[in-house]
Design a protein around this ligand. Structure first.
Ligand SMILES: Nc1ncnc2c1ncn2[C@@H]1O[C@H](COP(=O)(O)OP(=O)(O)OP(=O)(O)O)[C@@H](O)[C@H]1O
Length: 250
C-alpha cells in the first residue's frame, strides 16, 4: 500500500525551479532512501512531504502530494495534525535544553497529555523504541545536552516517536555522527521500519544500500530513477544513476 503518493510535483524558490515533475510512491513499513549530489533537491523534496517548505518565503508548489490518500496541500488539511503524523529528524541532533524526560514528554504534553503515569509510559516506550532506554533510564531528569551526539540523535528519534507518528522523515540523520553511533542508528532504523514508514535523505551511498528497500536518485531537481535498492545499486537503468553510484561524479 502507498502511504505517500506524489504526482507531477514541481517546486519553485522564487523563479528558480528546484523540483521538476516528481512522481513517487512510498510504501508502508519500508525505508525509502533519497540520494543524489549536493543541491539536487533531496531535502527540498523531503520537506514537501510534511509541508516544512511552507515557512520558506516565495516557495510555490504545483502537483499533488497525498499522504494516506489525502492531498496535504489542499486547503482542508490541518498542518499541526499532519506533522503529528509525520515525525522529522534532522542532520544535527537538536534536543531542547531540558531534561531527557521533558524532551520526550514535550510533544505529548503539547497534545494535552498531563497524566504523570501516561507520560512515564510514553517516555519509557519511546526510549525503548529508539534503543536508548538502557543507557538513560537512571538519568531521565538530567539535561539532554549532557548526552553524546549519537545518544542525542536517538533521543531526537524518541522525541519524534513519542507523539505516535506513522511516518518518519530523516534528513541525513547520521552525517554528524561517528561510525559506532551511525551503526546503532542504522540498526534502530531496521527495527523501526516494521512499525513506521521511513524516508531518509543520505549522502552516504553505502548507507542507502545497507538500510533501504527502495532508492530514489535525484539529479538537478529531477527524479532520475526510483526502484528497489538492489536494482539501483547493481543494475540501474539510467546511465546517470550508474555514473553516480560508481562515483564518476558527485
Ligand atoms: N530556502 C531556499 N531558498 C532558495 N533556494 C533554496 C532554498 N533551499 C534550497 N534551495 C536551492 O534548491 C536546490 C535544492 O537544494 P536542496 O537543499 O533541496 O538539495 P539537496 O540535494 O538536499 O542538497 P544537500 O545534499 O547539499 O543538502 C539548490 O539549488 C538550493 O540552492
Amino acid at each position: 500500500m502507498s502511504v505517500i503518493s506524489v504526482r507531477e510535483l514541481n517546486l519553485y524558490y522564487g523563479k528558480q525551479q528546484a523540483l521538476h515533475h516528481i512522481d513517487l510512491d512510498v510504501e508502508s513499513d519500508s525505508i525509502t532512501a533519497l540520494i543524489g549530489p549536493s543541491g539536487c533537491g533531496k531535502s527540498t523534496f523531503l520537506r514537501t512531504l510534511n509541508r516544512m517548505n511552507d515557512s520558506v518565503p516565495h516557495t510555490r508548489i504545483t502537483g499533488t502530494v497525498k499522504v494516506f490518500d489525502e492531498d496535504i496541500y489542499s486547503g482542508k488539511v490541518d498542518v499541526e495534525h499532519l506533522r503529528k503524523n509525520i515525525g522529522m529528524v534532522f542532520q544535527h541532533p537538536n534536543p531542547f535544553p531540558k531534561s531527557i524526560f521533558d524532551n520526550i514528554a514535550y510533544g505529548p504534553r503539547l497534545h494535552g497529555i498531563r497524566d504523570r503515569q501516561t507520560l512515564d509510559e510514553i517516555v519509557e516506550k519511546s526510549l525503548k523504541a529508539s534503543a536508548l532506554w538502557d543507557e538513560v533510564k537512571d538519568v531521565l531528569h538530567k539535561s539532554a545536552l549532557g548526552l553524546s551526539g549519537g545518544q542525542q540523535q536517538r533521543l531526537c528519534i524518541a522525541r519524534a516517536l513519542a507523539v505516535n507518528p506513522q511516518i518518519l522523515l530523516m534528513d541525513e540523520p547520521t552525517s554528524a555522527l561517528d561510525p559506532i553511533s551511525t551503526a546503532k542508528i542504522e540498526e534502530l532504523l531496521a527495527d523501526l521500519k516494521s512499525t513506521y514508514t521511513i524516508v531518509i535523505v543520505t549522502h552516504n551511498m553505502q548507507q542507502a544500500a545497507r538500510i533501504s528497500d527502495k532508492t530514489a536518485f535525484f539529479l538537478n531537481g529531477e527524479l532520475v530513477e526510483f526502484d528497489s535498492t538492489p536494482v539501483i545499486f547493481q543494475n540501474p537503468c539510467d546511465k546517470r544513476t550508474e555514473d553516480y553510484i560508481t562515483g564518476r561524479f558527485g
